[in-house]
Design a binder for this molecule. Structure first.
Ligand code: ATP
Ligand code: MG
Length: 252
């Protein structure tokens, strides 16, 4: 097996919902794609998938057709305006929200088989449900998104703790999203980092921050990708820095 051709798999996850995982996944993917990387995004929020909505597309096939039909993962991949490819999932399909372990394994095995990409980004659901833990386990690296709300920190710590206690994982990267300035991002990272050092015995890795910006909400409403609509904005700059840090993880 030529391990060099295997894509680097990164999950974008969080303890608390609504902290910006999907926004970060699509904007990071678009940033990496602009840098010439071949990127595949998988919508792994199986019950409430919404990357297709965020991108304003209406895919014919999605993960449901892989799990309950005869499709292979490769058959449902579609190109996007972000320059990256997408594996869409379904929203509001109860069976997908309650997938049996074996079905999750089928998706995981197919993801591991995919070639021809530099990176695969997995946009997970929030929380510590088994399906989220399984996608995090599959990934080479987990990015945990936090914001300045105290509950996002405690829930992110819960995610890190469970991944460590159940699977022995000790390497996690943090992005501080929706922060007023660089200093605030670093300070909330330091909070969770010091809790991890103290109670779990290992440090966390800081990938950087994304500023709070009203352009984000506007882009989401218009189903656009913020870094593409505003390529010279401060958040586009934030994503450039984060993408460099992600590529460093890949090299490490
Ligand atoms: N940096 C930011 N600046 C301003 N608004 C933001 C920022 N990041 C996220 N938001 C807002 O938060 C909303 C939720 O983001 P998003 O859907 O990406 O969160 P999520 O973590 O994927 O949620 P879920 O847990 O439901 O999947 C976005 O629609 C956007 O309006
Ligand atoms: Mg989401």
């Amino acid at each position: 097996m030529n391990t060099k051709s295997k894509p680097f798999i990164v999950s974008v996850t969080s303890g608390k919902g609504g902290v910006g995982k999907t926004f970060i996944t699509t904007n990071l993917a678009a940033t990496l794609a602009r840098q010439g990387k071949k990127v595949l995004v998988a919508d792994c929020d199986l019950g409430l998938a919404n990357i297709d909505i965020m991108l304003g597309i209406n895919p014919e096939l999605n993960l449901k057709d892989v799990v309950f039909g005869n499709m292979h993962l490769r058959d449902v991949i579609i190109p996007t305006k972000g320059g990256f490819d997408l594996i869409p999932a379904s929203s509001g399909v109860r069976e997908m929200a309650q997938l049996l372990f074996e079905k999750i394994q089928i998706i995981k095995d197919m993801l591991l088989d995919i070639e021809g990409y530099d990176l695969i980004l997995l946009d997970t659901g929030a929380g510590i449900a088994e399906v989220v833990l399984q996608f995090n386990l599959l990934a080479n690296q987990n990015i945990v998104v936090i914001n300045k709300e105290l509950t996002s920190l405690t829930d992110a710590y819960a995610m890190v703790k469970v991944m460590y206690q159940v699977f022995g994982r000790q390497s996690f990267s943090i992005i501080a999203n929706n922060v007023p300035d660089e200093k605030n991002g670093l300070s909330i990272f330091k909070n969770i980092d010091s809790i991890s050092r103290r109670f779990l015995g290992f440090p966390l890795n800081y990938l950087g921050h994304v500023l709070q910006d009203e352009a984000v909400g506007k882009s989401v409403l218009k189903q656009e990708i913020a870094v593409m609509s505003f390529p010279r904005s401060r958040i586009a700059n934030n994503f450039s820095q984060i993408s460099r840090a992600v590529l460093d993880l890949k090299k490490a």
